[in-house]
Design a protein around this ligand. Structure first.
Ligand code: SF4
Length: 290
């Protein structure tokens, strides 16, 4: 794939190759993100990618853009800081289901309600892969892992319902095995002026033997193929977010236009923080702390 400027998805490659297990769904998500950058004609130094900790977090090593490999569950605070320092950057954050819906879930809810212009992608494989197979916040009840040998007792977090009820302005679900569709959802999320959450369901071939490629292929369908579905209707979106089992919807669940946090911040109304003068005398302030 090449854009009019001659940029291809390989523009965003580093010399190193991903080290994920062969067949891992992270490959599809990583490819879709680079495809989206290419389709949108983005320039490498105008993108900042922030990742968490986990198999997906290692993706920071394989983007030839500005990257920040952050702490576990702290992807969104770092992305927020970058966006507020230079809101002209395209900021994309990504991390696993454990990262974003476990330790980082508080940050997720508050990032959503702020509506910063950040695209957040959850690599949702329903298991902790990097630590070799423990239950995660999206593991279904009864799922047997090393940490739950008799099956998970809790019900899973529903990222779509959580995002809608927290006030998200763009909520979608994609699938790592459908790269073309996932690319469109990510590109539309980047273009959306506000916080875009994309739950990228993926296969973990090594530690999740329940949600396999064939399991997904038998269940997923695209919301776009349902002519009765209206992604502007929040109640309809919430209702559809509950669908899980024999049929699993992918696509755009919900979208609305609302002013972003940056739009309403007077300190950066004229120019980004990084473009403002540092010519201030802080002697008096420093004197208070000696
Ligand atoms: Fe992918 Fe699972 Fe391997 Fe991690 S452990 S790289 S998620 S297949």
């Amino acid at each position: 794939m090449t854009d009019v400027n001659g940029t291809s998805q390989h523009t965003f490659d580093t010399v190193a190759q991903p080290t994920w297990c062969p067949g891992c769904g992270n490959f599809g998500i990583h490819t879709a993100i680079k495809n989206a950058f290419t389709q949108l004609g983005l320039v490498r130094n105008e993108i900042a990618v922030v990742t968490g900790i986990g198999c997906s977090g290692n993706t920071a090593q394989w983007y030839n853009t500005n990257v920040f490999h952050s702490l576990h569950g702290r992807t969104l605070p770092v992305a927020t800081g970058i966006k507020l320092a230079n809101h002209e950057l395209t900021v994309l954050a990504e991390g696993g289901d454990g990262d974003g819906l476990g330790i980082g879930v508080g940050h997720l809810v508050h990032s959503i309600r702020r509506n910063l212009d950040i695209t957040y992608i959850i690599h949702d494989n329903r298991v902790y892969g990097l630590t070799t197979g423990q239950t995660s916040p999206t593991s279904v009840k009864g799922f047997v892992t090393k940490s739950t040998p008799t099956g998970v007792i809790e019900i899973p977090v529903n990222p779509i319902a959580l995002a809608i009820s927290s006030g998200a302005t763009y909520v979608a679900r994609g699938y790592s095995g459908d790269i073309e569709h996932l690319t469109k959802l990510i590109a539309d999320g980047i273009k959306h002026n506000g916080f875009a959450l994309i739950d990228a369901t993926q296969v973990c071939v090594s530690f999740n033997h329940a949600n396999t490629y064939s399991w997904w292929a038998e269940r997923i369908y695209r919301l776009e193929d349902d002519e009765t579905y209206d992604s502007r209707d929040k109640m309809m979106a919430f209702e559809r977010s509950q669908e899980w089992g024999e049929r699993i919807p992918t696509g755009l669940f919900y979208r609305e236009e609302r002013a972003t946090y940056e739009d309403e911040l007077p300190q950066i109304a004229d120019r980004p923080l990084v473009g403002q003068s540092m010519d201030v005398d802080i002697t008096e302030l420093m004197g208070e702390h000696v």
